[in-house]
Design a protein around this ligand. Structure first.
Ligand code: UDH
Ligand code: NGS
Length: 399
């Protein structure tokens, strides 16, 4: 019996000893890091277990930001738009600062539509209780990034509503599988969006960048604005002084002053630098929000198929001063294959040709040379077909 007791005490002391060591470790300098590490593990488990989006669910809060949908449920209760509504306040009372951003699996467009009951066909919105002071179009160049698009829409709609904007979201989808051309798609987006409405500001927005602070207002400044000043992948600071990539904002006047964007950067790289140079060639400056506010999280990905690094980009950049007036909005050629107003966005599928021109290459049998009455049944790379189907099946009833 005595030996049994002895061994019991021994185990108890050993157990207490281990606890003391753990406590000593935790209370050392790195205590905070270790505790938040454990909290993060628990959060991950929680999200996986509920299978819901972290953001938008009641668990969406973390130390750095709040749920992007917080407060917006109040809007849904606001009564319908009346005549002679007052202008919205200069600073929206719905702005809340840092936003929590995460990318859990299982999010559907139907869920996004349900969370945004005031967004109408084409991805359009106007504040229900006041007259917006700003009309902003979001132009998103796109091909084969449906997964990123879902997350962007999930965050962007409430983000813009919190800023009390009159806004519309346009996806400019490059048809076919020829080399991607981001800047030319932006030119298409500019012209097609302006055809629909007299937007006073256009945000040119990569599909994989999620804004993390709603004080980064999606309105234009007196000069062209580079909004994505602090991305997580660059340690939340500018990678270089003239960087103009990711998200930028220009008024129609700014855009035309610099002859829009170049049409001839096929593949990855350099087009954003060319645009930055055009800003100063057009007699303007680059304006930027503060690094505290212009924060973005990038959805991680590799270089896409069909968007290889452009080996000619440095030579082209060296000539921007000679080429900017000869190539841009004044020379852009394209054919719109379809225009669809879906519940969460307007999709414009466009044939933009190749380096040799719009008709130079024998048109692929799958891409009609002339815009068809209906979108091609078998486009080589589909417009976000799965998304469209999902959206059509899930049109919110109030639309
Ligand atoms: N995009 C598409 N589909 C593509 C290519 C690009 O939709 O196939 C759009 C999309 O909006 C994207 C934007 O164009 O956000 C910019 O393209 P990107 O995300 O490929 O460019 P980024 O510079 O990332 O952000 C590149 C990652 C690796 C580059 C390594 C080069 N050294
Ligand atoms: C520069 C590219 C830009 C690009 C930026 C960031 O070098 O187009 O890197 O790239 N300019 C040239 O290649 C001339 S990133 O780190 O996002 O892949 O946007």
């Amino acid at each position: 019996m005595a030996t049994w007791l002895q061994s019991k005490w021994r185990y108890l002391f050993m157990f207490l000893g281990v606890q003391l060591v753990v406590m000593a470790l935790l209370s050392r300098e790195g205590y905070h890091k270790r505790v938040s590490y454990f909290i993060r593990i628990f959060r991950k488990l929680e999200i996986t277990a509920t299978g819901t989006s972290g953001a938008g669910s009641p668990h969406a809060r973390n130390h750095t930001g709040s749920d992007v949908y917080a407060n917006l449920s109040l809007l849904a209760k606001a009564h319908g738009r009346g005549e002679n509504m007052p202008y919205c306040p200069k600073t929206s009372p719905l702005i809340g600062g840092p936003i929590h951003v995460s990318f859990p699996s299982g999010l559907t467009l139907a869920q996004v539509a349900r969370k945004n009951p005031l967004v109408v066909l084409g991805g359009r919105y106007r504040p229900p209780d006041c007259e917006a002071r700003h009309r902003t179009a979001i132009i998103i160049p796109h091909r084969n990034r449906e997964h990123h698009l879902k997350f962007l829409l999930y965050y962007l709609h409430p983000f813009l509503q919190r800023q009390q904007l009159n806004y519309g979201i346009y996806i400019i989808h490059q048809a076919g599988n020829y080399t991607f051309n981001r800047a030319k798609l932006m030119n298409v987006g500019f012209r097609e969006a302006m055809r629909e409405e007299d937007w006073d500001c256009l945000f040119f927005h990569d599909v994989d960048l999620i804004p993390e602070d709603d004080r980064n207002t999606y309105m234009c400044d007196a000069n062209p604005k580079h909004a994505a000043i602090a991305m997580d992948k660059f340690g939340y600071k500018l990678p270089y002084k003239m960087y103009f990539g990711g998200v930028s904002a220009l008024s129609p006047l700014h855009y035309l002053k610099m002859n829009g964007f170049p049409n001839n950067y096929w593949g990855w790289g350099g087009e954003d630098d060319d645009i930055g140079v055009r800003v100063s060639l057009g007699g303007m400056f680059i304006s930027r929000p503060s690094v505290k506010v212009g924060r973005y999280k990038m959805i991680k990905h590799k270089l896409d198929k069909g968007n290889d690094v452009n080996p000619r980009r440095f030579n082209m950049l060296a000539k921007t001063r000679q080429t900017w007036k000869l190539d841009g909005m004044n020379t852009v050629e394209y054919e719109v294959l379809s225009r669809d107003h879906f519940p969460l966005y307007t999709n414009i599928t466009v044939h933009i040709g190749t380096e040799a021109g719009l008709h130079a290459m024998a048109p692929s049998p799958k891409i009609p040379a002339k815009a068809p009455a209906k979108p091609p049944v078998e486009a080589p790379t589909k417009p976000p077909a799965k998304l469209q189907q999902e959206q059509q099946q899930n049109q919110p009833t109030n639309h």
